[in-house]
Design a protein around this ligand. Structure first.
Ligand SMILES: Nc1ncnc2c1ncn2[C@@H]1O[C@H](COP(=O)(O)OP(=O)(O)OP(=O)(O)O)[C@@H](O)[C@H]1O
Length: 464
């Protein structure tokens, strides 16, 4: 059966071109040129894949993403973005987008991303009622092939690996904290694979992608007829993971009501499908991940403290890529090999200049951003060395965050290029002056987080 794709972009010729291209590849493709049109189409049927521009004339891709995820849970959304919008795209991943591709779109890259999104749709966001042992095995296979992965030699990586080894054989709940794309899911799966439950199911649930009113049924299942739309019995994620591990990604996105239900299930080790009067015993290890400040959410009453402690029996921090020092090039070479394999290319190495850029760039989207940038560079490389000219502007000239244009004029932007190392200290000093030494604002202006700003200030002995 052909898969259905909706392409949304206000650039009409581009949209038509993509439609023709994808149709030739055997997909059934529809176009929408704005958010309203897109919502109408999505209201009529759920697409397998939605490819949407981040900027639309009447809304943005992020709002649309939320709408799609609330309407069609298994639709995979791929964002198309300009390089200056990578941060937005990274945020979108937190809200359940499958991936982002940078414009100008490369045909091979988009086909590959669509294929990967379809694989994910068929496996991770499975219809749980169909879970056979075979399907479970597939779920595990697709997530990680442990041997292939980079362990790293830096201090932070060594500590991370040590923690994984220590906690894996226990039954402790683990809370993995880290920015988007730092490898939290990979850590979770490694823990499962090193645990006594490794031959049992590993079920990854993207909590950010579950609509609030479907959450109980997704987690605990339902019986036929228990609500409109419950046309068959459905096994929930907890039952599907019985005996094994459940990975709750983006756990901070769960609504308060669902948090209550989750806590009860974890404490009592029993779940009751929606509409059923029978409880099912479950034996589950929980690994959760978040890129939010959960203690703050607890303080502000948005996340239940008891659930936080239940999940955080052991906390692991997934380090930012920029903090992984000597491992950065190890990761880059790993992604180079992987891209060669996927794209059937034979690019040998990076030029010295490219390596230098990799070592000084801040990598706001962490490993996922690096993977995408390298895949694209490999595609664009004609010889056998990746040179600077195939790298995106974003990473050659890291500019200040686009949200800050109200604070800094365009001419001043040039002065604030961060991480081209020599002028980094000056960029920080200038930014601080511009915003009257407000560190939060300065971090925004520089497009980095506050912690990074503090570290850099320490490094350059900048005192206020
Ligand atoms: N140790 C590793 N070696 C090689 N690749 C890795 C490693 N860790 C993660 N990756 C790759 O980096 C990408 C991002 O990893 P992952 O999805 O685990 O991040 P995440 O923190 O869960 O992201 P998000 O917060 O967006 O859910 C994936 O393509 C993953 O395969």
């Amino acid at each position: 059966m052909s898969h259905k794709i909706l392409v949304i972009d206000d650039d009409v010729p581009f949209c038509e071109m993509l439609k023709t291209f994808l149709s030739k590849k055997g997909y059934i493709v529809a176009n929408a040129f704005n958010s309203v049109e897109a919502q109408q189409l999505i209201g009529k049927e759920c697409y397998d894949i939605v490819l949407t521009d981040v900027r639309l004339p009447d809304s943005d891709g992020i709002e649309l993403l939320k709408h799609i995820k609330a309407t069609c849970i298994s639709t995979q959304v791929i964002l198309m973005t300009g390089y200056t919008e990578i941060k937005t795209a990274v945020n979108a991943m937190k809200l359940g987008a499958f991936d982002y591709v940078a414009k100008p779109i490369n045909p091979d890259e988009i086909l590959l991303t669509i294929k990967q999104a379809l694989d994910k749709k068929n496996i991770v966001v499975h219809d749980v009622k169909d879970l056979s042992p075979d399907n479970n095995a597939k779920t595990k296979e697709t997530v990680t092939n442990e041997d292939e992965y980079v362990k790293g030699n830096s201090k932070v990586s060594k500590q991370l690996n040590e923690y994984i080894e220590l906690v894996a054989p226990t039954n402790m709940s683990v809370l993995i904290i880290g920015d988007s794309g730092t490898g939290k899911e990979h850590i979770a799966h490694s823990i499962h694979l090193k645990s006594k439950r490794k031959d049992k199911p590993y079920i990854a649930v993207d909590c950010g992608a579950i609509p609030k009113d479907l959450a109980s049924s997704e987690f605990f299942g339902h019986i036929k007829g228990s609500f409109t739309g419950a046309v068959t019995d459905k096994v929930g994620h907890f039952e599907a993971a019985n005996g094994g591990t459940i990975f709750l990604d983006e756990v901070g996105n769960l609504s308060y009501e669902v948090q209550v239900q989750l806590l009860r299930a974890l404490q009592e080790r029993k779940v009751k499908p929606v509409g059923s009067s029978t409880e099912i015993d479950v034996d589950i290890r929980v690994i959760a991940a978040t890129n939010e400040d959960l203690p703050k959410a607890v303080r502000e009453g948005e996340f239940r403290e008891d659930l936080y402690h239940r999940l955080n029996e052991f906390g692991i921090v997934a380090p930012k890529l920029a903090d992984r020092g000597e491992d950065i090039l190890m990761f880059a070479n790993y992604f180079l090999k992987k891209s060669n394999r996927e794209l059937e290319k034979n690019v040998n190495k990076f030029s010295g200049e490219v390596e230098r850029v990799f070592l000084t760039y801040e990598w706001p989207g962490n490993l996922r951003e690096m993977k995408n940038i390298i895949k694209r560079s490999v595609l664009l490389t004609r010889g056998d060395v990746v040179e600077e000219n195939v790298l995106p502007e974003e990473i050659l000239n890291p500019r200040i965050n686009t949200h800050s244009t109200d604070i800094v004029s365009a001419g001043q932007e040039e002065d604030l290029k961060l991480f081209s190392s020599r002028n980094e200290e000056q960029a920080i000093r200038t930014a601080l002056e511009k915003v009257k030494f407000n560190k939060t604002k300065a971090a925004q202006v520089l497009g980095i987080d506050r912690k990074t700003l503090y570290n850099k200030m320490k490094l350059y002995n900048i005192e206020l």
